[in-house]
Design a binder for this molecule. Structure first.
Ligand code: SF4
Ligand code: SF4
Length: 394
């Protein structure tokens, strides 16, 4: 988006303020510059060349989660997410360098690099080095060692063709994601096993790469575009019937950027279609299951699917319209605000008396697992597909 296009889009904002009550950072900070309306005014001034990067605008844009609750609330249809990405890219171009942490995160959001770091870090993750690092690192890096504990340290699922348990002539491609391939391997295993049981052969191509969401939302639009192009090319060559995604943030990015030549289908939707067809009867789960709704999820977060589990009491988490504070790299770049939002969710989880917390996005799962560990709670955090896999008969 050029500065002129940014100004045209931003001009649709009539400054009515109807989005303000929906904005998590405005609710926390009660400051106009940390509201959608205030940020749009700052972006307009930036695009018009009235203010420069380095004069304070970054503080307010950095505090924005990119959750896009404001977009849903806006009667004028302002595409706030596009404005935010374009402004961050404008800042990155006008003031190269930027945050070292942002640079590090966009560098690591690549499956092979993250797998390598994961293998190197794994032996140190619970030792003194990780504890010293937490104490000595600057504020914005402090959560890295704790989050690093969730890295698997084992190679991601190898690329290849995985046959169906009972072949039915169906082939799908599985999008494993960069962060998920290292922090959510049980989810990838569950997704793969379910697809194979349902009669799908599953392809994981060597050339599949990150969806680019982390890069795009951190101002590295050119890198994000390169990833999209790679994914477009590799899906164009595939004979698969669909590209199946696990994390809702990857699904949203692939759809919005049209980065796949195959139809993009979330595994939750696919499983719901199959279970609506009556196969199979799941094992009962006599417990309470709370469902968190990620900002990137445009469905019900898996509620309809999980209601197929006999005896399970499925409860939407209170205030599900508000972001949990994970928001991609936000849990690292804005640790205090991220924690405040995340802890409010943990309070709601406790009030729900659920023994399992469901989220269909990897970033949210990272946030919840770390905050639950800090609070000494052992509530399981799972993707809907993981719970369905656990309750699968046989
Ligand atoms: S994206 Fe979220 S945090 Fe940012 S202005 Fe909109 S509602 Fe507020
Ligand atoms: S973004 Fe939409 S809801 Fe918010 S102030 Fe502008 S026009 Fe109003």
């Amino acid at each position: 988006m050029t500065p002129e296009e940014l100004l045209t889009e931003a001009d649709r904002c009539v400054k009515c303020g109807l989005c303000l009550p929906e904005c998590p950072t405005y609710r926390l900070l009660a400051h106009e510059a940390d509201s959608p309306r205030g940020r749009i005014s700052l972006m307009q001034a930036l695009a018009a060349g009235e203010i420069d990067p380095g004069t304070g605008i970054e503080i307010h844009l950095d505090r924005c989660l990119g959750c896009r609750s404001c977009e849903t609330a806006c009667p004028s249809g302002v595409r706030y997410g596009l404005l935010l990405d374009a402004s961050r890219n404008l800042i990155a171009r006008r003031k190269p360098g930027g945050s070292g942490l942002r640079w590090l995160l966009t560098l690591l959001a690549e499956p092979r690099r993250l797998a390598l770091v994961s293998r190197i870090y794994r032996p140190f993750r619970r030792g003194k080095i990780a504890r010293w690092a937490s104490t000595l690192l600057p504020r914005c890096y402090k959560r890295l060692p704790a989050l690093g504990r969730q890295l698997a340290g084992t190679p991601a699922l190898p690329a290849g063709l995985y046959p169906a348990d009972q072949p039915k002539g169906r082939l799908v491609q599985l999008f494993t994601g960069c962060v998920a391939s290292q922090v959510d391997q049980p989810l990838i295993d569950a997704g793969l096993a379910l697809l194979r049981r349902l009669g799908y052969a599953v392809e994981i191509p060597q050339t599949q790469c990150c969806c680019g969401a982390m890069h795009r939302h951190n101002g590295a639009e050119e890198q994000a575009e390169r990833y999209c192009e790679t994914n477009r090319k590799q899906t164009a060559k595939s004979r698969a019937q669909a590209l199946i995604t696990l994390a809702s943030a990857c699904e949203l990015e692939l759809c919005e950027q049209q980065a796949s030549n195959l139809p993009v289908v979330g595994i939750t939707d696919l499983l719901l279609t199959q279970l609506d067809g009556g196969i199979p009867s799941l094992k009962p789960y006599p417990g309470r299951v709370a469902v968190h709704l990620p900002c990137s999820c445009h469905g019900d977060g898996g509620i309809a699917l999980l209601q197929k589990i006999p005896q399970a009491e499925i409860i939407p988490l209170a205030e599900n319209g508000l972001c949990c504070g994970a928001a991609g790299s936000y849990l690292l770049t804005q640790p205090e605000l991220s924690r405040r939002l995340g802890r409010a969710k943990i309070e709601q989880l406790l009030a729900s008396r659920a023994d399992i917390l469901i989220t269909s996005n990897t970033g949210c799962a990272l946030q919840f697992r770390q905050l639950l560990e800090e609070a000494g709670l052992d509530t399981r955090v799972m993707h809907p597909a993981e719970l369905i896999h656990r309750q699968w008969p046989g």
